[in-house]
Write a protein that binds this ligand. Structure first.
Ligand SMILES: [Zn+2]
Length: 481
């Protein structure tokens, strides 16, 4: 155990004595700080501290507000219904101008009306206005700012930033310093990072916290605390260096899995869907969201037949929206003729998945088609009845969670322990297999949709474990594999 002098926490808003030495150095010194090397003691301290943060929040807000607060389950405590505090004058909020307070609680997680069109712009007009009436430049600017600009971040990123920003707000509440959050000074940020680390926030999550703080400043038109060149990198390096960022074990799906799946005898209708999700997803190096987005009109059978007649039996799948393809140029991943395509064709017919006559993909290739069926619709109430009915609405696509779940179901159906696999295993599997087969990077990236040459390597970790034996095999002179 070591004893050192430094600032004390977590008591909010206490007056501190400035020692002579501290005053000279420009530092404030309060009590001595204890450092517990014993992991069990450290854990206990964190647990008690977490309770202390919640207690400080309740102390700093009015009792009737405190009773209504809901807490999210996160390492750093987080109030989930922060909108309650918008009109409240406590914890430093009274010292803020309304403009800054607005940005403190501004929530941009919902899809905007324009985003809802998923590539197709809605008709926009003033309520009660006559047909053809122009909008003022002020109105146009407001519509652009609130409807289009949020799309600079993917919605999932906005949801993530909002969830960590609520932790930042909780930090401000607990310390009675809401007015110091926006704009935030570097010193305040360092205090926040320290407290977050002490409560077990990982270095990976800390990156999100810093990004969320930076994004919030840009939204409000303010200068972020880490604006200085490399400031972000330096802080992250220090945080990662003391806490470590080990990656979770996630295996890629291998071709041996795919063949077992495709040759499964007598699979049920639901199993057939699960098999096709995993096989198609792996071959296309897909993210789960891309599989959820796939529609029947994205299947372009015999796409390359006009180039070479031998390719007439192959398939191109249009990925109309991919993370790296922010401009929605569209990407056409290819699948060779064979068992997978036979199964896919049979599945589409059996499920009665339709391409509608009103399909919009010919004119709007970068947009979701509002009329055609998703390739992987969810089963209604667990009943596995194909929707062959005429004149029906398009089916509802599976959610991202359901697609991830399908990966586990598929692997379990061939007797694999699915704990170390998830939705990401498909993308990893496709890229890993391609790298091992020595597909050249530029060609692989056309299938995987990586804009920059290096980004794909991230997915080759952990690689197929077999190649990790190559080094010891080489040294020990054993038969390779
Ligand atoms: Zn369509």
């Amino acid at each position: 155990m070591q004893v050192c002098g430094a600032a004390s926490l977590p008591v909010p808003a206490v007056d501190v004595d400035v020692t002579a030495r501290g005053r000279q150095a420009g530092l404030m010194e309060v009590d001595s700080i204890l450092y517990h090397g014993d992991p069990a003691a450290a854990k206990l301290v964190a647990v008690e501290y977490r309770v202390g943060v919640k207690a400080a929040v309740l102390e700093n807000v009015l009792p009737e507000v405190g009773l209504q607060l809901l807490w999210s389950d996160s390492f750093y405590p987080s109030v989930s219904n922060v909108e309650l505090l918008e009109g409240v004058r406590c914890a430093g909020l009274a010292r803020m101008v309304p403009e800054a307070r607005h940005w403190l609680f501004y929530n941009e997680t919902a899809l905007t009306e324009v985003e809802r069109g998923d590539g197709i712009l809605p008709g926009i007009q003033r309520a009660g206005g006559r047909a053809g009436a122009m909008l003022s430049t002020a109105e146009l600017e407001r519509i652009f700012s609130t409807q289009v600009m949020p799309a600079q971040l993917e919605r999932s990123t906005r949801v993530c930033y909002w969830s960590v920003w609520r932790q930042v707000l909780t930090f401000g509440l607990a310390h009675g310093r809401m007015d110091r959050l926006l704009p935030m000074e570097l010193g305040e940020l360092k205090a926040l990072i320290m407290e977050f680390m002490m409560l077990g926030v990982s270095a990976g999550s800390m990156k999100n916290v810093l990004s969320a703080i930076e994004h919030r400043h840009r939204l409000a038109g303010m200068v972020p605390p880490l604006v200085e060149r490399l400031a972000f990198k330096r802080i992250m390096k220090a945080v990662s260096s003391v806490s470590g960022t080990p990656s979770r074990l996630r295996f890629p799906i291998g071709s041996h899995h795919l063949w077992k799946l495709m040759r499964l005898s007598y699979p049920s209708l639901m199993e057939r869907q699960v098999i096709l999700i995993v096989c198609t997803g792996t071959v296309c190096c897909s993210r789960v969201v891309e599989l959820a987005n796939m529609q029947t009109c994205d299947l372009l059978w015999g796409h390359d037949g006009a180039f070479m007649v031998e390719l007439a039996g192959a398939l191109a799948i249009r990925i109309y929206k991919r993370k790296q393809d922010t401009g929605r140029f569209g990407l056409y991943v290819r699948i060779v003729a064979g068992l997978l395509l036979e199964l896919l064709r049979a599945y589409v017919a059996e499920w009665g998945l339709r391409k509608d006559a009103r399909c919009t993909k010919d004119t709007k290739r970068g947009a979701r088609c509002p009329y055609c069926d998703p390739l992987f619709p969810r089963l209604r109430g667990g009943r596995s009845t194909p929707a062959l009915r005429q004149g029906r609405e398009p089916l509802v696509p599976m959610s991202r969670q359901q697609i991830s779940g399908a990966v586990k179901v598929a692997l379990e159906s061939i007797g694999v322990d699915a704990r170390h696999y998830s939705g990401i295993s498909m993308r990893r599997g496709g890229i890993t297999a391609a790298v091992q087969a020595k597909v050249s990077e530029p060609i692989l990236y056309l299938q995987s949709g990586h804009g920059t040459a290096m980004a794909g390597r991230r997915y080759v970790d952990p690689v197929d474990p077999r190649i990790l034996y190559d080094t010891s095999n080489a040294i020990l002179g054993m038969e390779p594999r």
